[in-house]
Design a protein around this ligand. Structure first.
Ligand code: SF4
Length: 338
């Protein structure tokens, strides 16, 4: 049976290195092998940004540009906007009857995100919205409306796939064997650390290098990156494995990574010189992406690519929804139109 990949990102800002090394790099490989749908999840972005629709709107195009500049090819993948597929919202409502509130609260991904929200914003549980708590249900709708059966995720997102599988099993048990149970396509590199050493690079964490960052910004950010705190003087020996500069050298510096490691361990390299070297490699790494991005912007083709991708996604979603409604006995007027 044909393998269909469904994946995507929330348009809340430009993409950063974490998005590229943790997700999009893998999607670029997957597009060669599978039928791939890439969702720009604006409805999901609104769960946290419902009072800032302009931000979400602006970033839909920004994220699409980043995707294309990173090598996602609209001839091979279908890039679409979530809100333009009403079937997803419809299916979310149907699925909401199949999931208990208690089960959503037990979802480990949701638990972690609630904890992070409390730490960041001091939210108590009472201020969580219904939309936020229900986003795993909406994700199940995203996946199943495209018949997706391979979902690239990091380990922390496995509970979301499990939640989707449960919904599918319950749906099929009640309404007939209509939906496919998705499988996780685990990407062990899905999490990229931040400049401050945080386990996750994130815009809201202020520890990210964005793909659109100019050389000056890249330089400032790298100069403030966390290094081995034990190294005080230039010729102190250090442990590169606890240093974020070395961590990023490993990502973008193919040439002399073993030299960086040895010189650091033997006290033969100062942190300032090491950071300057990384800045050069990082700027070189970002340059072709930024050039491609500029070219795409000048060609003004992004709107058309999004429109065509969304139309293709709409057709697929309609096809699935027809079967779903038949199985749920809510296809009232189909008989009349036959
Ligand atoms: Fe990190 Fe380089 Fe300093 Fe070693 S020399 S601690 S790798 S910045």
């Amino acid at each position: 049976m044909e393998k269909i990949i469904l994946t995507g990102l929330r348009p809340t800002g430009n993409l950063h290195l974490g998005h590229y090394f943790g997700a999009v790099r893998n999607w670029v490989k997957l597009q060669e092998e599978y039928q791939t749908y890439i969702e720009i999840a604006d409805v999901q972005a609104l769960t946290d940004n419902f009072n800032n629709p302009e931000k979400v709107r602006k970033n839909v195009k920004e994220v699409a540009l980043d995707f294309l500049a990173l090598g996602l090819d609209p001839k091979k993948v279908t890039i679409f906007i979530q809100s333009a597929i009403p079937e997803i919202a419809e299916l979310t409502v149907f699925y909401s009857n199949l999931v208990t509130i208690a089960r959503l609260y037990r979802n480990p991904t949701i638990k972690t995100e609630i904890k992070q929200k409390k730490e960041l914003f001091g939210n108590d549980g009472e201020s969580l919205t219904y939309g936020f708590l229900g986003y795993p249900v909406s994700q199940a709708a995203d996946i199943t409306v495209f018949n997706g059966n391979l979902i690239p995720v990091g380990e922390d997102q496995l509970p979301l796939i499990e939640q989707c599988r449960e919904i599918v099993r319950k749906f099929n048990h009640i309404y007939g064997d209509i939906l496919r149970e998705p499988e996780a396509l685990l990407d062990k590199n899905a999490r990229i650390k931040g400049l401050d050493g945080n386990e996750k690079m994130g815009k809201s964490l202020g520890n990210a290098i964005f793909l659109v960052d100019d050389p000056e910004t890249v330089s400032k950010k790298i100069m403030s990156a966390k290094t081995d705190p034990q190294k005080i003087k230039k010729d102190d020996k250090a442990d590169p494995e606890v240093c974020m500069v070395y961590y990023y050298h490993k990502l973008v510096n193919d040439n002399n990574i073993s030299t960086v490691c040895k010189e650091c361990q033997n006290g033969m390299r100062g942190c300032v010189a090491c950071k300057k070297e990384l800045i050069e490699h990082m700027v070189e790494f970002l340059k072709p992406i930024q050039e491609k991005r500029k070219e795409l912007e000048e060609q003004k083709i992004v709107d058309q690519i999004l429109k065509e991708g969304t139309q293709k996604a709409q057709e697929k979603a309609k096809e699935t929804m027809k079967k779903i409604k038949e199985s749920m006995k809510i296809d009232y007027f189909d008989e009349i139109s036959k």
